[in-house]
Design a protein around this ligand. Structure first.
Ligand SMILES: [Mg+2]
Length: 366
């Protein structure tokens, strides 16, 4: 089989109201944008990968076509070498690598998790928020999620005094598992500079969470490359430390592991490692007694890639983005159908490849 072409589509959908994610400080996000990469083959099989996008996106279709045309999509390792070249000037390899698995699965008539040697299984979802919210509104939000069957919620914080929101939610829902994401690993700097934490700030916050209790992890309290800072923090506190969603390549996770930086490794298959690399990181986590809970917050194509990985390696939780206006129908708008959870758990699609069906009416304009 040979790749005959790569087509990049810029897709976007307006949000009903502006969304204020903590990772784009001060910016009212009015649209959900992505770049969809369509990898075509001479077998008539098409695979899909996607990256998050912003402000109309940048076009890499020509470069991808130049490097990938004529390659056998089953040669994931060889193609990753070519994509690494493109990584120097364009998109990360991981956005496109998922499309190869989509093709390989469709060719074999098997879902990706089966190619990775696993059976389908139900994975508990946690409701992942994206905005800061005052306490009363947040408690109302959590009430709705609990009624929907969620047993865990991840709260966003940017400042030390947001400990109070965590404390109040904990008091209102003593049984609920809470995750807390400080989003200090990276930021989209388009409006305001992000609020950064010193090591002392991160330590103070983590100690506050210890006192509150019932917190599954504190995510990205420091910059994504501060491997030593993470290790010091992890040594100093009992609350689990998580990170790695937007690091780049398996070698960054080797740094985390060798420094003893993290309790929870979170590579997003679509952003940080690809599917093959995410499984590699998960196996390392297993050997080292660490948790593996990938980030999933991009779009439904990336979510699908991560869900197959989680199914293959048995992750204890699946991040389920749920912060109106960023609802499942919005993050899945590029698909026919989407990803509904069933009373707090979710299963990977069992159709071949990623098991998703892209809404082809969106692909006509370019
Ligand atoms: Mg995060």
């Amino acid at each position: 089989m040979q790749i005959t072409g790569v087509t990049q589509h810029h897709l976007e959908r307006s949000l009903e109201e502006p969304f204020y994610p903590t990772w784009i400080p001060g910016y009212p996000q009015a649209t959900h944008e992505l770049e969809l990469f369509e990898v075509e083959t001479d077998a008539g099989i098409t695979g899909y990968g996607a990256s998050p996008s912003f402000a109309g996106g940048l076009d890499y279709g020509t470069e991808l076509e130049l490097f990938l045309t004529g390659e056998d999509p089953h040669n994931v390792g060889g193609i990753l070498g070519k994509l690494e070249t493109i990584d120097l000037v364009g998109p990360r390899p991981w956005h496109v690598e998922t499309a190869l698995w989509d093709i390989i699965g469709k060719d074999a008539g098997k879902p990706v998790y089966e190619l990775l040697g696993a059976e389908r299984r139900a994975i508990p979802v946690y409701a992942s928020t994206g905005e800061l919210m005052d306490v009363d509104e947040r408690i109302e939000y959590v009430e709705e999620r609990v009624a929907e069957g969620f047993e865990a919620v991840k709260l966003r914080v940017t400042e030390l005094d947001h400990l109070d929101v965590v404390r109040r939610v904990r008091e209102a829902f003593p049984e609920l598992t809470l995750m807390v994401d400080a989003n200090k690993g990276w930021a989209v700097r388009v409006m305001e500079e992000p609020i950064e934490w010193s090591y002392a700030d991160a330590l103070e916050f983590a100690r506050g969470l210890e006192e509150i209790g019932g917190v599954a992890w504190l995510e990205e309290p420091l910059h994504r490359h501060d491997y030593e800072g993470y290790a010091r923090l992890r040594d100093a506190v009992d609350v689990n430390i998580a990170g790695g969603e937007f690091n780049n390549g398996v070698h960054h996770f080797r740094e985390f592991v060798e420094h003893g930086s993290l309790d929870v490794l979170q590579p997003d298959a679509a952003l940080a490692t690809g599917i093959r690399g995410a499984v590699d990181v998960a196996r390392t986590a297993e050997r080292r007694g660490l948790q593996f809970v990938p980030h999933t917050w991009t779009n439904a194509v990336g979510f699908a890639a991560n869900l197959h990985v989680m199914t293959a390696v048995g992750s204890p939780w699946c991040e389920y983005p749920m912060e109106p206006p960023w609802t499942p129908d919005v993050w899945s708008f590029m698909l026919e159908g989407g990803f509904e959870h069933d009373d707090g758990t979710i299963q990977a699609p069992d159709a071949p490849g990623l098991g998703i069906e892209v809404d082809e009416t969106l692909l006509t304009e370019g």
